[in-house]
Design a protein. Structure first.
Ligand code: ZN
Length: 241
């Protein structure tokens, strides 16, 4: 293979690599999966918040129920202790104490009547989100497997192309690679053309006989006088390497 042929193949490989990257980047599944991953994170955060709220309510209700039991015990205790009261003031104190405990019980019951339905609602919401997450996880897993399979082909193709590219670039003189890299940026990929007859393959502007004469003295890789891409001269393939 001549330097020109190697250069042309290097360009073909680079174009194939660009296509491969493009296909991978724009694969519909890839973007969808990224979106779904973000959605899942939001769901998980929501479930975490609901779990926290539910636990808070459970603790509050347990506290209220403990307070209620304790207050009831105190009512019993007060009543037992008051059975033999005769002193007027002591009876009055007893009644005040009992009334206070009754008010405390009312307060606790009022709070419980408010908190219990709140807990029911929190549990319902939490179950709903957890069930949705489970379904979401199953769908996500299936889609990920599908996309991986498809992307896998593209990734192994990319690996092969990259290996070939390394070999080709290694076989070329450093200054040619350098020129090529510069031209590749400038011409967005299509940096090299080949002279067929008196037509360069990319810009296709017929070279004048005078230019053709100049090219005879150029090396195997020169520059197109029109578009300034790297120009591989067809004749070089017989004379070099
Ligand atoms: Zn040209």
């Amino acid at each position: 293979m001549t330097t020109g042929d190697t250069l042309l193949e290097l360009q073909d490989i680079d174009i194939a690599l660009m296509r491969n990257k493009n296909t991978l980047d724009t694969m519909p599944g890839v973007r969808e999966l990224a979106k779904k991953r973000a959605q899942y994170r939001t769901l998980r955060a929501e479930a975490q918040k609901l779990l926290g709220a539910r636990k808070d309510l459970e603790i509050e209700i347990a506290d209220l129920e403990a307070r209620r039991t304790h207050t009831e015990d105190m009512v019993t205790e007060t009543q037992t202790g008051a059975q033999n009261l005769t002193d007027y003031r002591a009876v009055q104190d007893f009644e005040t104490r009992l009334s206070d405990l009754g008010k405390e019980l009312d307060k606790i019951d009022f709070a419980l009547a408010k908190k219990r339905p709140e807990l029911d609602e929190a549990q319902k919401q939490e179950r709903k989100v957890l069930a949705y997450m489970k379904k979401f996880e199953a769908a996500f897993k299936a889609e990920t497997a599908q996309v991986r399979e498809h992307a896998g082909d593209l990734l192994s193709e990319r690996e092969k192309l990259e290996k070939r590219r390394e070999n080709l670039a290694g076989a070329l003189p450093a200054d040619v690679v350098e020129r090529y890299e510069r031209a590749r940026k400038q011409f967005k990929g299509l940096a090299v053309e080949k002279l067929v007859g008196n037509h360069p393959t990319v810009c296709r502007i017929a070279l004048q006989p005078s230019s053709m004469g100049d090219l005879k003295h150029a090396g195997s890789i020169t520059e197109c006088p029109y578009c300034h891409r790297m120009l591989v001269l067809e004749s070089s393939s017989d004379s070099e390497e």
